[in-house]
Design a protein around this ligand. Structure first.
Ligand code: NAD
Length: 471
């Protein structure tokens, strides 16, 4: 850490840059620190360090790599106080949520460490045995967005390193500080070059996805950027995992218990100020209970305080950055101009900072931007339906297919609706909860491949089959 802020990690050492850029606290609009702006040669150096480290890291016994992941978990848990404050200052989320994110990250990587890689054997060839193992790919580039900077970085660090790859990790330029700091803390824990952390502005991501010596990109971010990554990855046929945007539908069935679902449904939509890839972003509510659900959500919203994440009893922080703030405000303004009725139960928010009050939109037309776009902010359209088949069809009529949820007092009935949703994840009477043991995948334009679960782990490997003569 320098007086300016944390530095990049390259080959186990600190790397500063010639120029730096300010990282803004979204609750104050003031610069917190200056982040390094990686030069192209510095990225080349980081990739070269990862390449040098690869042969010995892949050759290490699996148990040693498992132990390295456990050590990372201990470092995260041991530095939770300072990391949570840094995370809130740059990301905006309430302190308790920042703490939960770091705790979740520590638990996640410790849990990933317990995985084993499967080996399969075939005896179908006369006199031979075919043994298929999963071997590492090489140098992985990890690219992370700004909504969950720590947890989503850990989703890449854990499986990439466990399977024997080395990594060059890039946080979002809006939220680089906590990730850079974690890179500093891990210098003494991992062999040099195994984990390199670079940081820069808009040039750096494309340099990584074009880089001829990066073998795989694991990318989390918007669908638009995912397309760009895919195009540039073609040059050296990089392996790709793309976790992209979503526009998750929540379907509230007529038998749902309104009082019981109000709170979890509210948080399904508004956790992290709506900046969650798998937030409920449009809620289809049966006409019989539409008014009751709207009133119950408004009541929850009335009780939730919006303010700086460091304040007491804050439920929702600001939108993370100015561009996103302006985008969310423009979507809300466009919807108001179109004559949609807005319900803003707690309109008072701080004047300074990127704050948007929780906004419910009462039954806007299905084809309006507020329904069709991934708002990624604290605004939620509520949509009335008469027939469940119609609600499912509307939910599925989207280029996205990330997640969805069904809300009902009859779990078996809800499961039948869940099975008809064209998404990678569906929840019943909850949303957003994920486990390291289950695949998380985007259907349609929400992604390619998977993270988490065995499926996610194997994305960091390529199969290798060895034919051995039978003794
Ligand atoms: P973004 O696509 O703008 O940026 C994501 C990352 O890609 C950042 O680190 C950015 O610097 C980098 N980047 C930008 N241009 C690049 C390029 N041409 N090549 C390579 N990298 C580039 O997304 P964001 O605004 O940071 O994050 C919000 C988006 O992320 C939302 O759309 C959200 O739905 C999505 N998201 C998806 C998941 C998931 O798991 N599916 C999780 C969280 C967020």
């Amino acid at each position: 850490m320098t007086a300016n802020g944390p530095t990049m990690t390259n080959d186990g050492e600190s790397r500063d840059s010639v120029s730096r850029f300010p990282v803004i606290n979204p609750a104050t609009e003031q610069a917190i620190r200056q982040a390094p702006d990686c030069e192209r040669e510095q990225l080349d150096e980081a990739v070269a360090a990862a390449r040098r480290a690869f042969p010995s890291w892949r050759a290490r016994p699996f148990a040693e790599r498992q132990e390295a992941l456990r050590a990372i978990a201990r470092i995260l848990a041991g530095n939770i106080e300072s990391l949570q404050h840094l995370l809130t200052s740059e990301q905006g989320k309430p302190l308790a949520a920042a703490r939960s994110e770091i705790e979740a990250a520590a638990w996640w990587i410790a849990t990933v460490a317990e995985n084993e890689l499967p080996v399969s054997e075939s005896l179908d060839m006369p006199g031979q045995r075919a043994v298929t193992r999963h071997v590492p790919i090489g140098v992985v580039g990890g690219i992370v967005p700004w909504n969950f900077p720590v947890l989503l970085a850990i989703w890449k660090i854990g499986p990439a390193l466990l399977t024997g790859n080395t990594l060059v990790l890039k946080p979002s330029p809006s939220t680089p500080l906590t990730t850079l700091r974690i890179g500093e803390l891990l210098r003494g824990v991992l062999p040099p070059g195994v984990l390199n952390v670079v940081c820069g502005g808009d040039r750096l991501g494309p340099w990584m996805s074009e880089h001829p010596d990066i073998d795989k990109i694991s990318f989390t971010g918007s669908t638009e950027t995912g397309r760009r990554v895919m195009r540039s990855a073609a040059a050296n046929l990089k392996r790709l995992t793309l976790e992209l945007g979503g526009n998750d539908a929540a379907i509230v069935l007529p038998d749902a218990d309104v009082a019981a679902i109000a709170e979890p449904l509210f948080w399904a939509a508004f956790t992290n100020s709506g900046q969650v890839c798998v937030a409920a972003k449009r809620v289809y509510i049966h006409a019989d209970i539409y008014d009751d659900v709207l009133a119950a959500l408004a009541e929850v919203a009335r009780r939730v305080r919006v303010g700086a994440g460091t304040g007491p009893d804050i439920g929702l922080g600001p939108v993370q950055n100015r561009a996103q703030f302006q985008r969310v405000k423009a979507l809300i303004a466009q919807s108001a101009e179109a004559g949609h009725r807005h319900i803003v139960p707690a309109p008072a928010v701080p004047d300074v900072g990127y704050f948007v009050p929780v906004t419910l939109v009462d039954n806007p037309p299905e084809d309006s931007a507020i329904v069709q776009e991934d708002a990624f902010g604290p605004v939620l359209p509520l949509l009335r339906y008469e027939d469940v088949g119609e609600a499912i069809a509307r939910a599925n009529a989207s280029p996205y297919g990330l997640g969805g949820s069904v809300w009902s007092s009859n779990v078996a009935g809800a499961a039948e609706v869940a099975a008809r949703l064209e998404t990678g994840t569906v929840w019943i009477n909850s949303a957003q909860g994920l486990t390291p043991f289950a695949a998380f995948a985007g259907h349609k334009q929400s992604g390619i491949g998977a993270e988490n679960g065995l499926e996610g782990l194997l994305e960091f490997t390529v199969p290798q089959t060895v034919y051995e003569p039978l003794g």
